[in-house]
Design a protein. Structure first.
Length: 226
């Protein structure tokens, strides 16, 4: 069927309008796609203790002393909206608490110091991460022997330890600590978590490792309002 001039005009106009709208949409997506994506749904970061059991490995110190056994405990930051990447992510130590003589936890340090990422020195030295998939950071390690004192010691794993934190991250005697952590990114932050660390002051063999060092999540739970 042959189109009339009027029908042909509207047909051509409609086709051009569709092409124009598609081109406009493509330009908008190219220019503002990431902005729109983060407006629709920002990253949803969650921080958790990776395992309460820990992982035993051998550590070689920079001074070349013999390898030492160590048990490592880690925290993991995940993103519930993996289609929206969280950028410039770090896991921060915000507060350190220690149990006093009557058993109460008292704050001994507050600040904002990032933890070391797991295998940071050998795989990726960048202090930040992009989190779509989960990323893991070192929390604390129990070393079988200090090269100097020959005693076991416990050490938190901040990326840096300025004074007075440098006096608090390493323990050579029985202790009970709590650390408050939070994952932060350019787009969103996780809820804070509280991790409790209790150490007997001894190394202990692998079979009873959890009797000598306990690490658990003790984050206060919100009470639902009905």
């Amino acid at each position: 069927m042959e189109l009339t001039p009027n029908q042909q005009f509207w047909w051509n106009w409609g086709a051009q309008a569709v092409i124009g709208a598609s081109t406009f949409a493509a330009v908008i997506i190219a220019l503002f796609g990431d902005w729109l994506k983060y407006k629709i749904g920002r990253p949803d970061l969650r921080l958790s203790l990776l395992s309460g059991v820990g992982e035993e490995t051998e550590v070689t110190f920079a001074d070349g002393t013999k390898p030492v056994s160590a048990r490592w405990y880690h925290v993991s930051v995940s993103n519930r909206r993996r289609w929206t990447n969280a950028t410039e992510v770090q896991i921060f130590l915000l507060r350190l608490e220690e149990r006093d003589a009557i058993g109460d936890f008292k704050t001994t340090w507050t600040g904002s110091i990032p933890l070391k990422w797991r295998h940071m020195s050998s795989i990726n030295p960048d202090p930040t991460r992009v989190v779509g998939y989960a990323a893991e950071a070192d929390l604390v390690a129990l070393f079988r022997e200090d090269p100097t004192t020959k005693r076991p010691y416990l050490q938190l794993q901040p990326l840096i330890a300025p004074s007075p934190l440098d006096q608090l991250v390493k323990r050579e005697h029985k202790c009970r600590l709590r650390v408050v952590l939070q994952a932060k990114s350019r787009q969103a932050d996780s809820p804070p978590v509280t991790i409790e660390i209790g150490w007997s002051g001894t190394w202990g063999e692998k079979a009873n490792a959890q009797l000598n060092l306990g690490v658990r999540d003790v984050t206060p739970q919100e009470i639902p309002i009905y």
